[in-house]
Design a protein around this ligand. Structure first.
Ligand code: GLC
Ligand code: CA
Length: 588
């Protein structure tokens, strides 16, 4: 049973990308220090709210059951109505879709299922007309095995593209073990009989890893980046890039290394040389934002990506917070607070992080960190929204969370589409593992929970498609959908809009120093944000019970809340909080 849990958690990539041996002690960076002059610069990518769109599940325009670019373009006025400043779009490039677009066969083509380049140009234009920026995924730790480079590379040992990938000649014997996130056998070396060699793939066997040691490969990547930047896109999210650099002597790792995969796969030799080269040759020439997925083993690794003096990337996102509760253990608020506080203090004077609680690799945030039962789904979604929009760091908000969409909780493996879940199930089955336990855990943590189609209205298929959706739609869509919530002033959706407006009005919520209060409290997460004379208190009751919370001495409330997810507020020395109540109140 426990074994099944562990295996699932690992295979889903969730815990793994975020695990690691981060120090448990509080970082010493003084959170009271003034921001260093070089880093106090106000920039658009710190102030923007990023809204992540999973295009496959957003809006279908032609009835084939798959979301597409035209569908997305037809919803631009909705995006504008949210107040978000930036869209991050998951991959839309040509791909055989072994991993839903994270296996790219042509970096300069649009996936035919999603549309054409003309559709893309229209989307970009429509976004820019509405003052919304577009950030695209850059997936260059690996390509698809159907990419022309790989087809060439595998054709002969002397092919000019051979060194775009990592090979191990079989006459040298079996390669040193390398663990794979998505492979049915967990083996990252795949034997290829054509040239009697193994190739390396950290993800699925259809995602061979690119060889960043090869300067030609690096130049190809810079060129494709320029191709998109010259079209006018506003930045990149670097997918799995912390794994791109490898020690190509492929030394043997100690037994059990896969339990600490970031330490062995992350931050390989020359990673930062590559990023500095990328910055010099490409990024520095454009006014764009960049974000690294994954940030190494802890804050000091992460700082290396984003310290402005190093000229690499703008921000990174760590998984330590979001991955809590992805294993057999449910998350604990005290640990959650400790993690976010530690990361904040490490970046108090320089560098920048992103803040998120959900994405396409995660279950729905309300099902994990909130309470998705009918009574508390809405208030707890609003509370989590408050957290994301009042922490220091650029908010990344995942589509559907603004409706309070929940996990779908499939009961059969046949309902899943995700390569990670399906392959892990097969692996477990072959080993005679506990499949029912696996399915139970998957209901809580599998990635497809966060990928079900967007719920637009109460019509057939939630207004997502007139055909058969590629992934089942959550049966709660007649109650939980955009059309219903748009009309309801107290909906999660309208709270999200209000929270964005509030953040835009009060720069203290962007730049203000963060200070946690009452850290030991197991139910309440409270903190202040301070900038100059402006100070604001955030109080979040992370529980389905009413709670009392005494204001720490010295804090004096100063008027009406900027945000409150309940209709009334009674100022008092001890606040009486409703279940999942969230308050943002100015202080004297
Ligand atoms: C990143 C993506 C994930 C993908 C993996 C391999 O973690 O977010 O969806 O499966 O990289 O590209
Ligand atoms: Ca379609």
């Amino acid at each position: 049973m426990r074994n099944a849990f562990l295996l699932l958690a690992t295979a889903l990539l969730l815990t793994l990308l975020g695990c690691g041996d981060s120090p448990k002690t509080v970082d010493k960076s003084p959170s009271s220090a003034k921001p260093a002059a070089s880093d106090a610069s106000n920039t658009w990518w710190k102030e923007t709210v990023v809204y992540q769109i999973y295009p496959r599940s957003f809006q279908d325009s032609n009835g084939d059951g798959v979301g597409d670019l035209r569908g997305l373009t037809s919803r631009l006025d909705y995006l504008k109505s949210l107040g978000v400043g930036t869209i991050w779009l998951n991959p839309i490039y040509a791909s055989p879709n072994d991993d839903n677009g994270y296996d790219i066969s042509d970096y300069r083509q649009i996936m035919p299922e999603f549309g054409t380049m003309a559709d893309f140009d229209a989307l970009l234009k429509g976004l820019h007309q509405r003052d919304i920026k577009l950030v695209m995924d850059l997936v260059v730790n690996h390509s698809s095995d159907e990419h022309e480079w790989f087809k060439q590379a595998r054709s002969s040992r002397t092919n000019p593209y051979r060194n775009y990938y990592h090979w191990w000649p079989a006459e040298k014997g079996k390669p040193t073990p390398r663990w794979s996130f998505f492979d049915v056998n967990s083996d990252a070396w795949k034997y290829d009989s054509l040239t009697n060699s193994y190739y390396l793939h950290y993800f699925s066997r259809k995602q061979p890893d690119l060889n960043w040691e090869n300067p030609k490969l690096r130049q190809e990547v810079y060129q494709l980046m320029r191709f998109w930047l010259d079209k006018g896109i506003d930045g990149f999210r670097l997918d799995a890039f912390q794994f791109a650099a490898k020690d190509t002597t492929f030394p043997r790792f100690p037994a059990g290394y896969e339990k600490n995969i970031i330490k062995y796969y992350g931050h390989g030799p020359h990673l930062h040389d590559y990023l500095q080269e990328m910055n010099r040759e490409v990024l520095s020439k454009y006014n764009v934002m960049t974000v690294a997925e994954g940030a190494g083993s802890g804050p000091s690794d992460a700082m290396l990506f984003v310290d402005p003096a190093r000229k690499e990337l703008n921000m990174a996102y760590h998984f330590e917070g979001v991955d809590l509760g992805n294993g057999p253990k449910l998350y604990q608020l005290r640990e959650f607070k400790r993690i976010y506080t530690r990361w904040d203090s490490a970046f108090a004077t320089k560098g920048w992080l992103s803040i998120f609680l959900g994405n396409h690799d995660q279950p729905r945030m309300v099902s994990k960190f909130g309470d998705d039962s009918p009574a508390f789904r809405a208030p707890s979604s609003k509370l989590l929204t408050t957290f994301i929009l009042t922490m220091r760091g650029t908010p990344y908000y995942y589509n559907g969370d603004e409706l309070g969409m929940t996990n779908i909780k499939f009961t059969s493996i046949n309902d899943y589409r995700d390569v990670a879940t399906r392959n892990e199930y097969q692996r477990l089955k072959a080993q005679g593992g506990d499949l029912p336990a696996f399915l139970t855990l998957a209901q809580r943590v599998a990635r497809d929970n966060g990928r079900t189609p967007y719920q637009w209205d109460a019509s057939t298929n939630a207004g997502f498609t007139t055909g058969t959706p590629w992934l089942k739609i959550n049966p709660n869509y007649p109650q939980v959908n955009m059309a219903v919530e748009d009309k309801d002033p107290n909906s999660v959706l309208n709270y999200f809009r209000k929270a964005i407006t509030t953040r835009k009005q009060h720069k203290v919520l962007v730049y203000g120093q963060y200070q946690v209060l009452d850290e030991a409290n197991p139910h309440i997460y409270a903190y202040t944000r301070t900038q100059g004379n402006e100070k604001v208190l955030v109080v979040l009751n992370f529980s389905s019970e009413p709670r009392k919370w005494a204001l720490p001495t010295g804090l004096k409330l100063n008027g009406e809340p900027w945000l409150n997810n309940y209709p009334t507020f009674a100022p008092a020395a001890t606040l009486a909080l409703q279940p999942w109540q969230a308050l943002v109140v100015p202080l004297h």
